[in-house]
Design a protein around this ligand. Structure first.
Ligand code: HEC
Ligand code: HEC
Length: 257
């Protein structure tokens, strides 16, 4: 039974790969389903070539991790001939226009000024912020919202799900600092139990990091578990012997005890 499930999973995966390859293949054909003349361009240059416009649009889909239908009206998302690309019905299209103007302004009005001081100038584009998601949120902000609304268990569940899906990619940061930031945010909002739980999860994943151990010390200290907090700080100090800040913390807590 198990091997059957495994095999099924395999064929499932290869099906996705096949669809992906097919979609690249079809995207060449799809150009034929897109009109040659554009009727409703307000930000892009009116005389933009079809190739350049399609390139720009494909860039949007990659940067936001969406398909054309996210911004454009169409009755069948796989058949571009059913689309009315000139229509402004979807608010996401209007939002995208605001974003395009913003990006133009960042590059033209602000970053260009830096070129007076350096010969190399970077440009901002949709991917710079969006990293493959339509709402460019930090992982700690997503988790904080979940914990506020649904509690710590749901928060941890969401973390594990996102990790399974996105680990190794660049959409979310699964390094030690994310859960340390989240621990900080939880302490500030006086959710001390949740802060301790999250900081312990971080130590579980990054047991040899001064950041995870120090952050756990802070959570435990905030909760009032002074003895455990001292232990965590002492462990953190193993990775930064005689660090004056940690030393002071430990001394202060020992006086409190
Ligand atoms: C994130 C939103 C977004 C996505 C995703 C997107 N577009 Fe667009 N598209 C726009 C915006 C905004 C405009 C209008 C630009 C302007 O006003 O200069 C536009 C304009 C167009 C136009 C010109 C319509 C006209 O006649 O004025 C075509 C054609 C088009 N898109 C095709 C596509 C295709 C094909 C895809 C998928 C590969 C796609 N778009 C994905 C936002 C999007
Ligand atoms: C400087 C960072 C930054 C850049 C660059 C950027 N965006 Fe955004 N974008 C954001 C933020 C932040 C939001 C969320 C705003 C909100 O909803 O509060 C957002 C939201 C959006 C949304 C609305 C998403 C939704 O689900 O409602 C669209 C569409 C969008 N961006 C498209 C684009 C496109 C297209 C580009 C490139 C032309 C772009 N963005 C470049 C930061 C950026």
């Amino acid at each position: 039974m198990y091997s059957f499930i495994k095999k099924f999973k395999y064929s499932y995966k290869s099906m996705f790969v096949a669809i992906f390859i097919l979609s690249i293949f079809l995207s060449g054909i799809a150009n034929g389903q897109i009109p040659d003349k554009f009727k409703n361009l307000k930000v892009l240059p009116k005389n933009i070539s079809k190739g350049e416009l399609i390139g720009t649009m494909k860039g949007f889909t990659r940067a936001l991790g969406v398909r054309c239908i996210f911004c454009h009206v169409g009755t069948n998302e796989r058949d571009l001939s059913t689309f009315e690309f000139a229509s402004d019905e979807k608010t996401s299209k209007e939002k995208a226009r605001i974003m395009m103007s913003m990006v133009n302004s960042i590059n033209k009005d602000h970053l260009s000024k830096l070129s007076e001081y350096s010969d190399h100038i970077m440009k901002v584009n949709c991917m710079t912020c969006h990293h493959g998601q339509n709402e460019p949120k930090l992982l700690e902000d997503i988790l904080m919202r979940v914990i506020e609304k649904k509690g710590i268990d749901s928060g941890i569940e969401r973390y594990k799900k996102l990790k399974e899906k996105y680990y190794g990619g660049f959409t979310y940061d699964f390094q030690v600092r994310t859960l340390a930031n989240l621990t900080d945010m939880l302490i500030k909002s006086k959710r001390f139990d949740a802060a301790v739980t999250i900081s312990k999860l971080n130590v579980e994943m990054y047991p040899n990091s001064i950041f995870s151990l120090y952050s756990m010390g802070e959570a435990l200290e905030a909760k009032g578990n002074i003895k455990e907090a001292i232990e965590a700080y002492a462990n953190a100090m193993k990775f930064a012997p005689n660090n004056p800040q940690i030393k002071k913390k430990i001394e202060m807590l020992q006086n409190k005890k």
